[in-house]
Ligand binder design. Structure first.
Ligand code: SAM
Length: 288
């Protein structure tokens, strides 16, 4: 069973692995600075940047929805390699803080900020979003990071507290449409064991917790149609192979990557069944 104190190491290994796959695919360890889901995007405007189109789409879509004035102050709560920050900063300027649990991600993000000459306005640190965050951000963005929150009623008030009145919180994540522990116990168990999800939050859990945190939901969008789950027989075959490898391979790094694949297969299956949706929620802090 994976626990939340194992998440930093988990993301350290996954981040090394992502760099390795970037290098194998593109001969560039830093080919992409994003580690969220790749979406099935074929938009013409992204044709020249096909390899990152499915990744960049999310950053562009969230930026459009945030409706920020030029030069905003933004916190990325679970920033990974800093891809969202680099995308937004290049489009509208501003000052950014990115927090992550992984020191490998931190090193990559800081290196890229220096390479771009923006290290003074894009700062990164290893910190949990459940620790004090500051309080005058125009936007807080959380892409595929709140799935790890052990308690939305702790995390969301915290993120709301980081916003100034009128500021926006943008959350993009996989959200269950039903209680997975009850309806899909096998997949819920796989996600707990392999992704460290203490509890799998439903979209209603998010809406209720946003409301309790004093945030007004102003936009909802379902991006599930862009998630392309593979066929059940393929998932079954892969799950069998990865389970055997996970039992037999003693190396911690390899086991972590296999674990991530096993959790990913459970999630893909839940997407295929319609029990999980990929949802985007935008909420405004009242009083602005
Ligand atoms: C799937 S990655 C997504 C990264 C990034 N948002 C992106 O789109 O590429 C999840 C991120 O959430 C971060 N994370 C998970 N739990 C966290 C916590 N309690 N506090 C801060 N970051 C957290 C991880 O360190 C990792 O950077």
């Amino acid at each position: 069973m994976m626990t939340s104190d194992q998440l930093p190491d988990y993301y350290n290994w996954l981040s090394r692995y992502v760099q390795l796959t970037n290098w194998l695919s593109y001969h560039d360890r830093f080919a992409a600075f994003t580690m969220h889901k790749r979406l099935g995007i074929q938009a013409a405007e992204h044709a020249e940047r096909r390899r990152t189109a499915g990744l960049e789409y999310v950053n562009g879509r969230l930026l459009a929805l945030a409706r920020l004035q030029p030069g905003p102050r933004v916190l990325d709560a679970g920033c990974g390699f800093g891809g969202t920050i680099f995308h937004w900063q290049s489009r509208i300027g501003g000052r950014y803080e990115g927090i992550t649990l992984s020191r490998v991600q931190l090193a990559v993000a800081e290196r890229e900020a220096r390479r771009r000459g923006i290290a003074d306005v894009c700062r990164f640190r290893v910190q949990s979003y459940d620790e004090p965050l500051g309080h005058d951000f125009d936007a807080v963005v959380a892409i595929e990071s709140l799935i790890h929150s052990p308690d939305l009623d702790r995390t969301l008030p915290h993120l709301a507290g980081a916003l100034q009145p009128g500021g926006v919180l943008l959350v993009l994540d996989d959200m269950a449409t039903c209680g997975l522990d009850r309806h899909r116990p096998v997949e819920a168990d796989l996600l707990r064991r392999h992704w460290g999800c203490a509890r799998y939050w439903t979209d209603d859990d998010y809406r209720d917790a946003l409301d309790r945190a004093g945030l007004l939901l102003i936009h909802e969008e379902d991006l599930s149609a862009l998630v392309r789950p593979r066929r059940e027989e393929i998932l079954n075959r892969l799950e069998l192979t990865y389970s055997v490898l996970h039992r037999r391979i003693p190396l911690p790094g390899a086991r972590t990557v296999i674990s991530a694949y096993l959790g990913g297969i459970a999630l893909e299956r839940l997407h295929g069944l319609g029990d999980v949706h990929y949802r985007l929620l935008v909420a405004r802090k009242m009083g602005g």
